[in-house]
Unconditional design. Structure first.
Length: 221
């Protein structure tokens, strides 16, 4: 039997993400697959952090394609082509991905992720809310949907209401964003392994797996 002195150091993996970010949606899935395949998977502590990409998005949902067209200064048809490419990648990995989906301000959702963190289910809140968004649920941003998702994960209804009816955890969302910027992030997803190895973007599962092995050797070699 291993003693406390012989036990290897656990590997922390910190991920910064936003709900509406398609690359986050893909990257988190790939990272989850890598952890599941890693021989060190049961000794990894996965922590989700929030990073709001566009605080100017309205509270009322609008078409994602319209947002992308305006942001990149391209016709809607070109924005659709870009989205179609991402949809093909996502679907090839078993993820739901609808190009014609609504988008809205994510601050409330990200505050709910932070409540999830307080209950040990922040990662699950993030992933389940992304599933609502990318499957094009027209009510993905509605309080009823957010409440349903969080309650299903065991978060008490009164705590969910308290967050959704206030600005609770907004300071934590801002702090997470500022921490990522200090670490060199210019966007998300942004992943840090072992508090030292940074990976920007949604790299392939095999690359995450190799990074896990490398970080494990760095802290336990």
């Amino acid at each position: 039997m291993e003693t406390a002195e012989q036990a290897p150091t656990r590997l922390s993996i910190d991920v910064w993400s936003d709900i509406v970010c398609p690359f986050c949606y893909l990257g988190e899935h790939r990272l989850s697959q890598a952890i599941a395949r890693s021989p060190h998977g049961d000794r990894i502590d996965l922590r989700i952090h929030t990073f709001q990409l566009d605080p100017t998005l309205p509270a009322s949902p609008i078409a994602t394609l319209d947002i992308l067209s305006a942001k990149h200064g391209v016709p809607t048809a070109q924005a659709r082509a870009m989205e179609n490419g991402l949809a093909e990648q996502a679907r090839s990995e078993g993820l739901a991905y609808e190009v014609d989906r609504p988008a809205a301000n994510t601050l409330g959702m990200l505050r709910l992720v932070q409540l999830g963190n307080a209950h040990g289910v922040g990662w699950e809140v993030m992933r389940d809310l992304q599933a609502e968004v990318f499957s094009a649920n027209p009510a993905a941003y509605a309080p009823a949907t957010l409440t349903r998702v969080a309650e299903k994960l065991g978060i008490p209804a009164e705590e969910i209401r308290e967050v959704l009816d206030s600005d609770k955890y907004a300071d934590v969302v801002r702090a997470d964003h500022e921490q990522a910027v200090r670490l060199g992030a210019r966007g998300v997803p942004f992943t840090v392994l072992g508090e030292r190895l940074g990976i920007p973007g949604a790299v392939e599962t095999r690359q995450f797996l190799a990074a896990i092995d490398r970080a494990w050797e760095q802290i336990n070699g």
